[in-house]
Design a protein around this ligand. Structure first.
Ligand code: BES
Ligand code: ZN
Ligand code: ZN
Length: 508
């Protein structure tokens, strides 16, 4: 979708379709929509008074202007009750408007950026564009039938009335485009089937990003990581015919205060291995590399935004399959850290590959480590599909993620990492087992990972629930979601300008 910004006034702007927003009564019209209403002889007010448009959240209505306005059509979208309005609802309403416009087959829409009290113009422009770009995302690459019937919006024109507004709109749009493109790229990676999105393909994608954004990249093959001593990663990779890849990306700009490492689980297909999964929904395990996708998306966005940071992205990528060469329950693995692990289930493979990746990350003497992983079904049971499970050993870092979460709407919920839980993964024959009890499964997964970060400030994000949706959310279509990208980019933007009083596009 092409996005243009123009100086203009909604009621005077000639177009095929004008997009406007209204609250529920008693105070429905504010900003540009109010002026359009006046120029339209109070037509919108009449609709509202007669209860023909209630302004309910996400309600959309198409109205022909019959030549009274220079715009031929208006799409009016509800924002719900004014006192409940926030940027999350705004992004959702923008998405619903975009989906509605697409479904009626229109190719272009014009939208004046509103001015709601307490919200800056850049934040509203950012929210609008984010909602529209993320809400109208489609994964059609593999559909060959009826391609000519597929609908998409080609152009969005944003209107601002003053030079000051236009400059704010430009800022918001710049940010929203970079971040939303990165989210959509991560969604594409998760939605791509595992016969296409192999570890090698993931590494190629990482190289492409590195090349485009000027990042340093290293990709190690199985023989190289075996030599390094990554016994856990190698064990998981052994059962697959697809060559495993250990991907390291590095970005540096300005004079940052310390190194931040992001680690993403890159299982391109998780069958469970010898401890094979039930076949029901196994196809969704193509998205078991969503942590890796989030790391790649974040690195891409950070580079495009040129944030002053030293950021390292680490992705252990492999399939988890059963075969005559596969690792087995009862095997004892020697991890890169030197610590040993007794395999109880080969389906708890994420923590094994992450253990070696986390140990590897310590080479960078990081100030903080953040890992993202579709780690446990237990986290989905505990928190559902719209919340990320958050674990960590450092209160300051945890608080920063919680703040970024509130700004982006990518919800996190903290779970404990008390030492008592370690009892569950003590092994009779090795240092740890890779599985404890079914009870507290998400916490036990995190406790296992903690054994590999020494004392470095670290957060683990279990994204098993929100990484892949069976039912859409307001601005997240079904399938791979790209979750984590917006959260991390917000965190890193805040990180790179710690003293700025926060009038940023993603907050009020
Ligand atoms: N990739 C799965 C976790 C998962 C489950 C992600 C559902 C997304 C949706 C992970 O590798 C796994 O299989 N975990 C096991 C751990 C268990 C054996 C301790 C699980 O959750 O059952
Ligand atoms: Zn598994
Ligand atoms: Zn897995």
């Amino acid at each position: 979708m092409n996005i243009r910004i123009e100086k203009g006034i909604a009621e005077k702007y000639s177009s095929e379709l004008l997009l406007l927003f209204a609250f529920e009564s008693p105070d429905p019209l504010e900003g540009p929509v109010q002026k359009v209403d006046q120029a339209w002889n109070g037509f919108i007010s009449t609709l509202i008074q007669q209860n023909d448009f209630k302004g309910e959240l996400y309600q959309c209505r198409l109205i022909h202007t019959q030549g009274v306005l220079p715009a031929k059509r208006v799409v009016l979208t509800g924002l719900g009750r004014k006192e409940e309005f926030d940027l999350e609802r705004w992004r959702g309403a923008a998405s619903k408007a975009g989906q509605f416009v697409r479904e009626i087959g229109m190719k272009q829409m014009i939208c004046p950026i509103p001015s709601f009290q307490n919200y800056s113009t850049d934040a509203l422009a950012d929210g609008l564009v984010t909602g529209i770009l993320l809400g109208t995302y489609q994964f059609n690459e593999f559909k060959t039938l009826d391609r000519d019937k597929m609908k998409s919006i080609e152009e969005l024109i944003l209107l601002g009335e003053t030079e000051e507004a236009l400059s704010k709109i430009r800022q918001g749009v710049h940010l929203a485009k970079i971040v939303s493109d990165a989210v959509c790229m991560a969604r594409d990676l998760a939605n791509a089937p595992s016969n296409e999105m192999t570890p090698h393909a993931l590494a190629e994608k990482a190289k492409e990003i590195a090349h485009q954004e000027g990042l340093r990249i290293q990709v190690f093959d199985l023989a190289e990581v075996e030599k390094m001593g990554m016994g856990a990663f190698v064990a998981v990779a052994k059962g697959s015919q697809e060559p495993a890849q250990f991907i390291v990306l590095e970005y540096q700009q300005g004079e940052p205060l310390g190194t931040i490492v992001l680690v993403g689980k890159g299982i391109t297909f998780d069958s469970g291995g010898i401890s094979i999964k039930p076949s029901e929904r196994m196809e969704q395990m193509k998205a078991d590399m969503s942590g890796a996708a989030a790391v790649l998306g974040t690195m891409q966005a950070v580079a495009k935004l040129q944030l002053p940071l030293h950021l390292v992205g680490i992705i252990p990528a492999t399939e988890n399959l059963p075969s005559g060469k596969a690792y087995k329950p009862g095997d004892i693995l020697k991890t890169l850290s030197g610590q040993t692990v007794e395999v109880i289930s080969t389906d708890a493979e994420g923590r094994l590959i992450l253990a070696d990746a986390l140990t590897y990350s310590l080479r960078y003497q990081p100030k903080v480590i953040i890992d993202l992983a579709t780690l446990t079904g237990a986290c989905v049971i505990a928190l559902g599909d719209y919340v990320i499970g958050l674990f960590g050993n450092d209160e300051t870092l945890i608080r920063k993620l919680e703040e970024a979460s509130i700004k982006t709407g990518e919800k996190v919920w903290r779970l404990p990492l008390w030492e008592e839980y370690f009892e569950y993964i003590k092994s009779d024959v090795a240092d740890f087992k890779n599985v404890g009890t079914r009870a507290a499964g998400a916490i036990i997964g995190a406790i296992f990972l903690e054994k590999f970060v020494k004392k470095v400030p670290w957060v683990h994000l279990d994204i098993a629930g929100p990484a892949f949706l069976e039912k859409e959310k307001p601005y997240i279509p079904k399938g791979g979601t790209g979750v984590g990208v917006r959260l991390l980019v917000q965190l890193l933007r805040d990180w790179s300008r710690p003293n700025s009083s926060d009038h940023t596009p993603s907050s009020k």
